[in-house]
Design a protein around this ligand. Structure first.
Ligand code: URA
Length: 364
């Protein structure tokens, strides 16, 4: 399922934006077309909020009317040239993220020259524009939609519904990995598993989930039952899933370590190295469109695995970001999140976690 973002300037093309939106709804579902980024909460970083909204879309339609370039503020400065201009931030983010960006000319406007554009929008001038004529509006929108569907065939944020054969194949493949984990006698945590009568915790959920969560390591509760996130952190995870109207069965939940380390300690590099190939296999089978690593260990693993070294950073800086990444099976999004256990240590973190989870709504 494609997602489109209509970028427009109110004073320049509000009417056209509304008309285009209505026409696009003949080709797409309502939830596929974004027209306004609203509800940016007080105190939030609005640049980040706009970037996140753009990141969740596959296509940005930049509506350009007669005054698009020249509208100025009270001081006579062109809005498009100001650092905090929403229109500019959205287009520049889409260009930077490699989204499919289409300039769409309305009201008889023509394409601005690169020399008239701020540096981060120059790439827009190289895109082939589509004009929407007053009398040929419907026909022109049909052409625009065909061009978009041609250029962006694959869905990046949703997977098609699997057929029963795909599900069976994936379930079988996951069973194969599970059995290898059970027999992983070379694991640095195998002795701990046996001595405590623990089970390995492989992960559970839909074998073809759109959304995969990767935690740090199972705790005692989980190892006693062989199921992920069933203790206090699991209660927080369930509550957060409820925020986005999902249940465990809709997603796949696993961990970076698939056995419980002793004394609630952090994973060691040796343990991570041992379990990584298993987790890699799980990802390759499920092929999620969105991976949400929970906490710093899982985040660092996912960024490393996806070759996203440039996003290195503390979880405090990365949480809630939507990062686009290439997998052999297509483009996906990575959304690092705080580990649900943060809420157990500091109740005030719950609101932060909830807000970050809300960002996943666009993928649900
Ligand atoms: N914490 C984790 O990281 N994973 C679990 O499964 C439970 C708690």
């Amino acid at each position: 399922m494609l997602r489109l973002f209509i970028n427009y300037r109110r004073q320049d093309s509000e009417g056209y934006a509304g008309r285009l939106y209505d026409h696009l709804l003949r080709h797409f579902e309502r939830e596929q077309v974004f027209i306004d980024v609203d509800n940016i909460p007080a105190g939030a970083d609005f640049v980040q909020a706009l970037e996140d909204a753009v990141a969740a879309c596959d296509v940005l339609i930049a509506l350009i009317g007669l005054q698009w370039l020249t509208i100025a503020d009270d001081a006579g400065q062109r809005r498009l040239h100001q650092w905090n201009d929403f229109v500019r931030i959205e287009i520049a983010s889409a260009l930077r993220m490699g989204k499919f960006v289409v300039p769409v000319l309305v009201g008889g406007a023509s394409m601005p020259s690169p020399t008239d554009l701020p540096e981060d929008l120059v790439g827009l001038a190289r895109r082939n524009a589509v004009a929407l004529g007053h009398h040929s509006f419907a026909y022109d929108v049909d052409k625009l939609v065909a061009a978009i569907k041609d250029a962006v065939p694959a869905n990046e944020s949703f997977k098609p519904r699997p057929n029963s054969e795909t599900l069976r194949r994936k379930d079988d493949a996951l069973r194969g990995v599970r059995s290898d984990v059970i027999n992983a006698v070379a694991s640095p945590l195998y002795t701990c598993r046996v001595e405590n009568g623990y089970f390995p915790v492989f992960g559970e959920g839909s074998a073809d989930a759109n959304l995969m969560f990767i935690g740090e390591a199972p705790g005692k509760n989980e190892a006693k039952q062989g199921r992920p996130f069933i203790g206090p952190s699991g209660m927080v995870l369930d509550e957060m899933l409820g925020v986005i109207n999902l249940k465990r069965a809709d997603v796949f939940v696993t961990n970076l370590l698939l056995d419980c380390p002793p004394s609630k300690r952090e994973p060691t590099p040796e343990e991570i190295a041992f379990y990584e190939p298993f987790v890699n296999r799980i990802i390759d089978i499920v092929q999620p469109a969105v991976i949400a690593p929970l906490g710093r260990f899982a985040t660092s693993y996912v960024l490393r695995r996806l070759g996203l070294a440039e996003h290195k950073g503390k979880i405090g800086e990365l949480h809630g970001r939507l990062i686009r990444a290439a997998m052999p099976y297509g483009y996906i999004h990575v959304v690092p999140l705080y580990h649900p256990a943060v809420v157990l240590y500091s109740a005030s973190q719950k609101e932060l976690l909830r807000k970050d989870f809300e960002k996943l709504k666009v993928f649900v």
